[in-house]
Design a protein around this ligand. Structure first.
Ligand code: BES
Ligand code: MN
Ligand code: ZN
Length: 500
């Protein structure tokens, strides 16, 4: 489990026990501290490299058990390939690879944060450490039985040896706040829906108060009074009550307009009366990943005391079929006053976001709004699991998100919007309907629907994260089902462009 990892920083010194992880470049070169620490086994390493055809290319690893001349139980050499122009995502990857090389039973490890050019800079070493933490996460709280060879130690001590310990500790404090947010988001997404229903989700969001974030929970009565009937319609077939949670972090100037993040929080999506087929329906416990990201982000901003005013608003519902469930053909009046004909009760996320987006704009008049939602299967067809789909009414915001995505590795790909798509959601009976006429371009018509709840003066971006939030291709920094996607991206967006 994630909290079983104990991370520490120390100066470079040859470790006396445990697993020893070092890095080399694509020319098999080591940094000076590394070369010194492995000197007694240098010949052995060279022979092993030759025998294994190990050339230090990025991601490759050479492993030596009980290396003669060293006190450690295992030496792992990880290739960093070309070490020029390493970005944050590359350092995270190296940290993830290092953690991944620890045998299940290993209780102690030392990782040298050094490349041939010398000790990593403080920020780089802190990113490496973050990669270790993200990779170490496992969601195993419901595992009560283990085979002997799968039993992890009660605690894992990983020491990262660095050049300037104090400087790295300082840089890492910021990263620790961010990884805390990522791991919180993963926990929320991994939790099953019998445990994490709207009220419980709201309770967990309340814990952000510890990080100085103000948390407000709107209950059924408040939501009815506001007229959020599009959101309430989705939840009305469930035994669990709907909630909206508003989180505020005020680290910027008093009176400065906030940046706003909005999340789809469908705690379980059966499809409702337009019920989904059984195959992989269990994945729909993750249909609250947008909301989880917003909670993780607000926790991170609070924990690292970001100099920004930020709000997070999440719509929490459960989409179930029962005698009180909403029907295809029903017409609801949204908070904006616009009416919506329900064609398909499985197109529920946009109904939730319509009301929450409208509410956020009216109440907070934000600098910009970014919403995150596991909104459509169509975006997975279009982009796969490597990129989230981005729809935006503002080029500057879109460009900033793209750049933040490239730096963090949480990439977004811009998709089109336009009147040709918008007219597909015109309805015979109401102002609009909740699905387009055809399956084609389904992610776009979904985005057009949300856009009808955004005024053109507020810069807005919608991120369809159906492909990236869970069940994604396992990466070097995540082996769990939920990825926690978006927390690092949006933290970076805030840090690079909106903090004073
Ligand atoms: N939550 C789903 C989308 C989804 C599918 C997310 C797979 C992650 C993985 C969403 O509510 C949904 O059901 N969308 C429908 C829309 C359709 C009815 C217009 C879809 O994508 O099929
Ligand atoms: Mn659905
Ligand atoms: Zn859904």
């Amino acid at each position: 489990m994630s909290d079983a990892l104990k991370l520490a920083f120390s100066p470079f010194a040859a470790p006396a026990r445990g697993v020893f992880v070092v890095f080399c470049d694509g020319g098999l070169k080591f940094g000076p501290a590394t070369a010194k620490a492995i000197a007694p086994a240098a010949g052995l390493v060279a022979r092993a490299a030759k025998a294994e055809n190990f050339t230090g290319k990025s991601g490759a690893a050479l492993e030596l058990a009980v290396p003669e001349g060293l006190k450690v139980s295992r030496l792992v050499v990880i290739g960093a390939g070309d070490t020029k122009g390493l970005e944050q995502k590359d350092l995270l990857k190296l940290g993830g690879l290092a953690m991944g090389k620890l045998p299940v039973a290993a209780a102690e490890a030392t990782v040298f944060a050094e490349l041939p050019g010398g000790a990593l800079k403080a920020g780089q070493a802190a990113d490496l450490a973050q990669g270790i933490v993200l990779r170490a996460y496992a969601f195993d709280r419901y595992k009560t039985k283990r085979k002997d060879d799968e039993k992890p130690p009660a605690r894992r001590n990983v020491t990262v040896a660095v050049g300037d310990v104090a400087a790295v500790r300082k840089a890492y404090a910021v990263n620790e706040a961010i990884s805390g947010g990522v791991l919180l988001a993963r926990d929320l997404v991994n939790e099953p829906a019998n445990v994490l229903y709207p009220e419980e989700f709201a309770r967990r969001a309340q814990a952000l108060k510890k990080s100085g974030v103000a948390v407000e929970v709107l209950d059924l009565k408040a939501l009815k009074k506001l007229g959020m009937n599009a959101l309430l319609g989705v939840g009305q077939g469930s035994r669990r009550e709907s909630r909206v949670v508003v989180m505020r972090w005020n680290g910027g100037k008093a009176g400065d307009a906030p940046v706003a993040f909005i999340g789809k929080g469908v705690c379980f999506d059966t499809g409702g009366i337009s019920i989904k087929p059984a195959n992989a329906m269990e994945d729909m416990k993750g249909d609250m990943a947008g909301a989880a990201c917003v909670v993780g982000l607000l926790q991170a901003l609070g924990a690292r005391k970001a100099k920004v005013n930020a709000v997070g608003v999440i719509g929490l519902v459960e989409n179930m079929p029962d005698g009180n469930a909403q029907r295809p053909g029903d017409i609801v009046t949204s908070m904006s006053g616009q009416t919506i004909e329900i064609i398909n009760t499985d197109a529920e996320g946009r109904l939730v976001l319509g009301d929450v987006t409208w509410y956020t704009a009216k109440r907070f008049k934000p600098k910009f709004m970014v919403d995150l939602a596991t909104l459509t299967g169509a975006i997975i067809v279009a982009l796969g699991q490597e990129y989230a789909g981005m729809f935006a009414n503002d080029d500057k915001l879109a460009e900033r998100l793209t750049k933040a995505g490239e730096a963090t590795g949480e990439k977004v790909w811009r998709m089109p919007l336009g009147p040709e798509f918008d007219k597909q959601i015109d309805s015979k009976f109401a102002d609009m309907k909740n699905t387009g006429g055809s399956r084609w371009g389904g992610a776009i018509t979904a985005a057009q629907f949300i856009k009808r709840f955004v005024d053109d003066k507020t810069p807005w971006a919608h991120l369809d994260i159906a492909g990236t939030a869970f069940d994604s291709r396992q990466t070097d920094i995540n082996k769990s089902w939920a990825s926690g996607w978006g927390v690092r991206l949006l933290d970076r967006l805030v840090k690079d462009y909106y903090e004073k």
